[in-house]
Design a binder for this molecule. Sequence first.
Ligand SMILES: [Zn+2]
Length: 247
Amino acid sequence: MSHKKLTIPVIIIAAAVGGAFFMLRKPVSAPPTNNEQRAITTQQQSSDGFDKNKYSTDEPGSVWQIVNKKRALPANYVPEDLIVPDVRLRLVASEQQMKFRQIAEADLVAMFNAAKEAGVTLVFGSGYRSYELQKQFYDSYVARDGQAAADRYSARPGTSEHQTGLSFDVTSISGKCHLEICFEDLPEGQWIKAHAHKYGFIIRYPDGKESITGYQYEPWHLRYIGKELANEYHKTNTKTLEEFFGL
Ligand SMILES: [Zn+2]
């Protein structure tokens, strides 16, 4: 999901074209709530009573929706509640990638503020990406590195968590180790690893889980799943959503 070696001009062009697509696109209606599905789904509770069926892992828009290489989003899915979060941004606010879902904003802001109080300034590097923008990124990586290599670090359009509006890449003010593994050793990376779960975020592609997630370790890629699940995830020492939900 990274775009580490992409040149600046390509990023600018891609962002501009992606933004144009985004503005032309009318947001689709959110799917119905998952109450009905919950009612017909067999209760599946973990030993400590945590209800794994509280929210859908299938429905686009659900805070627990699991998107991966086998679980794509519809090409026309656009979250209804995209906003520019009130945190430090890497790019100008008008860039598509500077958007995030409003349902996660309060926790996002709280996380950034808590880090700041601890002397660590986080930067919102890249959040929402439309299907079209991801397609441009992915196609450019395939052209440059070949498809097999591109698939290890970039999502095919429709399978990027960034399209959910619930994922973002965190970075530092200096830009040091931006979208690189060494980010984990920076104060920003260390703080995230220790505290993100308290605010409902997880490191979605942990080290050593490429066979399950399909991605190399990305210590900078955070996914919002809400505090309740993130705390359970942390408490049970879970590493991937796929394992937690038995997918
Ligand atoms: Zn990412």
